[in-house]
Design a protein around this ligand. Sequence first.
Ligand code: SF4
Length: 974
Amino acid sequence: MDLVELNKRVREAREAAEARGETFYPGPSRIHLAAFPPKERWSDWVELDSKAWPARVEKRFMLVPTTCFNCESACGLLAYVDKDTLQIRKFEGNPEHPGSRGRNCAKGPATLNQITDPDRILYPLKRSGSRGEGKWVRVTWDEALDDIAGRIRGAIRDGRANEIMYHVGRPGEDGFTERVLAAWGVDGHNTHTNVCSSGGRAGYHYWLGLDRPSPDHANADVILLISSHLEAGHYFNPHAQRVIEAKQRGAKLIVIDTRLSNTATHADHWVAPHPGSEAAILLAIANDLIRRGRYDREFVRRWWNWQQYLECEHPGAPPTFDYFEEVLKTLYAGYTFEFAAAESGVDEHVLRTIAEVVASAGTKLSTHTWRSASAGNLGGWQVPRCLFLLNALLGAVATEGGTYPNAWNKFVPRPIYVPPHPPAWNELTWPREYPLAINELSFLLPHFLKDGRGRLEVYFTRVYNPVWTNPDGFSWIEALTDERLVGLHVALTPTWSETAFFADYVLPMGHASERHDLHSYEQYDGQWIAFRQPVLRAARERLGEHIADSRQVNPGEVWEENEFWIELSWRIDPDGSLGIRRFFESQQAPGHKLGIDEYYGFIFDHSVPRLPDRAAAEGLTPLGFMRRYGAFEIQKRIGPIYAAPVPHGELDDVRTDRFGRVYTRAPAPPDPNIVPTGSPEPDVEGRRPVGVRVDGEILRGFPTPSGRMEFYSRTLADWGWPEHALPTYIKSHVHRDRLAPDQMVLISTFRLPVQIHTRSANAKWLDEIAHTNPLWIHPLDARGIAVRTGDLVRVETEIGYFVVKAWVTEGIRPGVVACSHHMGRWKVGDAGQRQMMATVALEREDRSWLMRRTEGVGPYPSADPDTLKIWWTDVGVHQNLTFPVHPDPISGQHCWHQAVRVRKAAAGERYGDIAVDTRRAAAAFREWLALTRGADDHSPDGTRRPYWLMRPLRPSKGAYRLPDRAAPAGVGAG
Ligand code: SF4
């Protein structure tokens, strides 16, 4: 049977299954065979024991779902629990999960390595020497909790609530911990997002009021990616499988990536531009669409805020769409293919070809970028803004095969308690210089602390490793080892990290099969919710046991965070006098702690539409259903919500402004989906925005200030950046004009498909596949410095250098080098992972640091006999230590690309050498800080930040006001 026939049969099988209302299992057999264990048999599944082969020995399993914790995709996993030993034997995909549909990448099954890791942290530890000295003693949970709670209670009582900070890397959950901090009344939420995706988010947010795209790849005719989605991009596996489905249907794939990624190898059109020139290419395509009139004129007329643009930027001009179209042509006329070719180095005719393919997509153009160029470049946030301009021109917005705003394909349910917004503003995370930053300026924290802007009494790092992940790690070490700046550092982590070495407490948290969380992510045009759970708890409960605490089933004293935060909150406020405890009390048994079953049972009973009925049909409670199947699809084919009429009941004494924004006095209807959909400016004469008037009809619109898609951002114009109010091209800090003749651009951001930032160091299967990060260098450049593959090269940044091996390849553009950031894990002493962490010596003279490798990895005896088989010694080089901070002055995104000098390593320079001068790092921080236009000088209304912009853990409205500014009339405190 040829591939075409196979695909036809798959399609027919899917359609037949869906017509019967059944789930289709698209398994590796390619036809509807039993590719996955049918869910009816999950309580007693029989397989032959592969280790007993050739004997046919049956093993009986209970299959328990949970959710992968190894990237942001939250794919479903099925744990195979051996019914004889009650041990997890393996993890495979959960076919009931609507996002991943039974499939995983290599990191999913490798969860087994993480839970059986012989070097993992199993008990609470407290440092016994000086911070960073590497001496630890085991303590009880009670001891740690009482100490931490006492310090937090003291800070809150003394009015020092801003000295409490929780800094999260991989959240892996939707809002639980934000609500914990809100309950404490603390503006202490900090994320990793500004070293990750705030550039990507900003570009979408200014268009849509929502900060992510949700491309419908599966139904697209043309897919345009500025990323490496088929191996590592955002929502990688769920998106990758849909990209491939589309390709099998005949969709065209365009990939813009300077590096020949695995995704680029699958592209119909791959272009490798000079880093930072991506927006120039996109605007040339846009110009071509505009110039030739190949855009959806009606869509643009109805949904862009062109009237507002004309009034603000062309006062006195005719306020007509015809006139706007004339202006539009002139706005982008300079972005010719010739210009884009000169900027990008990509051949002009290739760009013309791509533009033609894009134009042919119509409303079936799915596009995506997330980190990549938007995280690499000064002004990178304009890359998603320019990419979405193509969707906005073609009307490929919330269409089948187009790109949706994320929140419409995501579902966050209302929990049992919603604490009020904290009444405080923390300038350590939201400094006045960055009023438009999409997320916290987290990676500047050491500089702010050292500059005396504040101190921390209690600093939690949670599944976050800033010493290793962030740029400028030595400045982090300097701050973390100064007890005047950080009073207590608590590392909540399932595994050792470079940051945990500099903690006071290291508290063991659960991996994917050892904790509860809820998820919902935008992966196709539908909404689903998935449930992570401690697998052995669910298995033992099926056998009739009662499990009250995840530590009863987890290894050692590994805990889950939900239970940890509830317990800690009780100890902060033991008698309820601080008003905190009430958010962690049972409603079923007043005066007692909120239990996990009650917490999730409430959500599944009350906040997830259709789940109770679906569960009842199987004779299960909603919680029982989620424990049994792990995921639930709430609805699919959401469609264009923006075009839905606003129900009559929501319209009361409405007012419409001159651009069509409609405000109502009617209260917002109770909405079980509390996704933060942005808060357009509220309280216009006591009314809230409810929709937008389009051709006489009041439609839902977008959660932007204008209610329309904001081609023109009045916010950017009003807050000091009028030159960037439209989708435009900002020359990167690594633009060729800014490079010295002997400098190259280093791309440092790409992931390896089989590693995780800092949690996979002891996932042995993954380590064996990928354990090093050579420097990609083009043969022309390699020849220029007389380097061959395997030779050592020294890569010099603004603040130091690292020494790494070269890999000579035509998979990278000349003038550019690339090195994956996943590698180069290290430890100073004995504590740490032994499969992927080299041992290093750290030397310091004042603020000059030198790291030298003393030992690579190798075989070692442990509880796992496989550790004796470790054959690799190399674990790569930690390049991020040598990068200074580069905060984009608008989005706040760290701009990762580096201008570097590369030369052959000199005699005496050794593999893994890293040298940094943190005085130069501090100077770089100040240089970039000087690029900002802060709220003090540019706020148009005396607030710190536009209220409608998203903000995790939004404070009360009163906290938005700059301390020395009075509120203008009509703006009240919240
Ligand atoms: S893509 Fe891989 S690592 Fe990410 S959630 Fe899915 S299985 Fe886990």
